[in-house]
Write a protein of this length. Sequence first.
Length: 377
Amino acid sequence: MLAQLPPMGWNSWNTFGHNINEQVVRDTADAIVNLGLKDVGYEYVVIDDCWSLRERDENGRMVADPEKFPSGMKALADYVHSKGLKFGMYSCAGTRTCAGYPGSFDYEFIDAKTFADWGVDFLKYDFCYKPRLAPGPILYNRMGMALKASGREILFSACNWGSDEVEKWIRSTGAHMYRSTGDVNDSFRSFKEIAMSQVDKLGYSGPGCYNDIDMLICGMHGKGNVANGGCTDTEYKVHFALWCLFQSPLMIGSDLSVCNEYNLELMKNKELIAINQDPEARPPMLVNGDRERPIFFKHLANGEYVLAFFNFTDHASDGTWGATCEFYDFGLTANSGYGLHLRDIFTGEDIGLKTEYMNVRVESHDCVIYRGTLEKR
Ligand code: GAL
């Protein structure tokens, strides 16, 4: 079964936009292996928009742009597969893609077959140029069926930016993940707003179909197709931590040939990835109701818990200002006889048994994340 856990991989859009070509894809596949990203779970190498010619061929089939992809998509898929990775592509539920290339509207079964013939394992499916009266659920279901009929197992990645209350119907179309927001750009404000917009909708996300809060911007540092000033390394840490806590698919968006060591290590952080890949996929609870200094509590499948403190404000928060976590706010009262025995997942430090409340200092635009178990006090 596909997408039992949040899918992990790389997508071309955030950095390369329309400047995508087969060399970039090959180099990225090599990098995913050589940098140890494959070892921690990154698997899908996905080409986003702008890969095709502007017109279909005489049989109605989409054609890869021969200047960008001189060896053809089948050869490229073979290369990606030879690295032990999976190959992804992109189309759109409307008549054209967002960048104006042919979309799959009314060509769904032909296109799904074409993708299967090329060896595609993942299809991102966008929502531009959709006929106004054609309902999204039907269009996604049509492609969902077309992929099933294609003869190949293809992960179906829906991208309608959260419109039409997508979380309520997308599972019924066979999709394995679904974009729930508009596009991320490379700024703190962008990823913060995207993540916080989904806090109340994560209950719909789970094994088989995950809420996708967009590709990662970690390590982009203000360069690339979605550039918008960039983030500090610590801000990228906050970004990655939120994506892991929310169990979003993890699709790297940076150029791996220039991504710095900090961000490579961050995206390989085993503690965070373990939270992202937790098999029960239970949504975190917003404990303190504060959306600028949110504190989240989350169950893990092995019986442990995550307690995560974020600070989106411009000031450090400490016990007197915002970062007090009252344990009764998530149900652990003094009378329970229990506290939480916690470990800081970034430093590895065992901070011991905490009871009733915690004051945690969190620097501006930073986070502190603990993992631990209930323990008798
Ligand atoms: C947007 C989508 C982006 C990217 C872009 C390509 O609709 O949200 O992730 O795929 O189209 O044109």
